[in-house]
Design a protein around this ligand. Structure first.
Ligand SMILES: [Zn+2]
Length: 291
């Protein structure tokens, strides 16, 4: 685990402790769990602001005297290679308060709280997140970020507002390059969650997915039961959905549709609309709107 050196260690990452003699690191299980959770939420598509809100709502203690989580702390942690044990030596030449990298990084220097694959997955999710909505985005208006694609053109189906009605619609909607019908977000969410919570699905998923699905069902059922934890539940649902579902293909306007003229009004909730849910492990299922 920690590399021993005769030299005393001056500082440890906030999620690790130091022995009294300051010669080695101490693994703090509670903090390691929090770091893991932060990476899990990031991989699930949450931005740093949303993660900070989530931790505050869950009353997860910070690693400092602060009573609240700060998004910059989360950002820093998600970019910090020390989370999987790597140490980058730095030189502190004049004018460089933060130091500049000097020499090759040393692996297995710190006790790792996550593995490199998890770190890489979080970086990829963050890039996607930043491109899509910026750091402040993601107030979780949609729990399906990045999961939905258009059956007709393969583009991403995005969250959008049409005369104050929130809908999901193919992103090529604005230039008329694709079918211009949308699906009311509320109806879409109800349809997907009703399907995911259906008891029959539990028998269809692989062993490895069952505990995630059970967790998902608990959160879905809790959504209507207690409003108080609604935000936290929606975060959990969003994260669990991405663990179980590989993609959702949206057929907004049933089987037969033609691209409409770009000046035509965007129609929504066409009869016969359906979606296909592809599980990460297992078959895909076709769902018809229940709205
Ligand atoms: Zn499309």
């Amino acid at each position: 685990m920690p590399k021993q050196s005769k030299k005393k260690i001056s500082a440890a990452p906030s999620w690790l402790g130091l022995t009294d003699d300051r010669l080695s690191f101490v693994f703090l299980p509670d903090r390691a769990e929090t770091v893991k959770k932060i990476f899990e939420l990031a991989i699930g598509g949450m931005g740093s602001y949303a993660i900070a809100n989530y931790l505050d709502e869950q009353r997860v203690p910070t690693f400092t005297q602060s009573l609240q989580w700060d998004h910059t702390t989360i950002d820093y942690m998600l970019r910090n290679r020390a989370t999987y044990g790597e140490y980058q030596p730095k030189s502190f030449a004049a004018g460089h308060k933060k130091g500049i990298p000097s020499g090759a990084p040393i692996s297995d220097y710190y006790p790792a709280v996550i593995d490199k694959a998890t770190f890489d997955a979080a970086q990829a999710a963050r890039q996607q997140n930043l491109a899509r909505r910026g750091r402040k985005g993601n107030n979780l208006a949609s729990i399906f970020g990045g999961l939905c694609t258009c059956a007709y053109c393969g583009s991403e189906v995005i969250f959008h507002s049409i005369s104050n009605v929130q809908v999901l619609v193919c992103e090529r909607v604005l230039n008329g390059a694709c079918s211009r019908s949308a699906w009311t977000y509320k109806d879409f969410e109800i349809t997907v969650l009703a399907f995911m919570a259906h008891p029959v699905l539990l028998d269809k998923v692989n062993e490895g997915q069952r505990s995630d699905l059970l967790g998902l069902v608990v959160e879905i059922e809790g959504l209507s039961a207690d409003q108080a934890r609604r935000y936290v539940r929606r975060v959990n649902i969003s994260v669990l959905l991405k663990k179980i579902v590989a993609s959702i293909i949206v057929h907004s306007a049933g089987r037969l549709t033609l691209p409409r003229h770009s000046s035509a009004q965007i129609r929504k909730d066409m009869g016969g609309r359906f979606l296909e849910i592809q599980l990460r492990q297992g078959p895909s299922y076709r769902c018809i709107s229940i709205g």
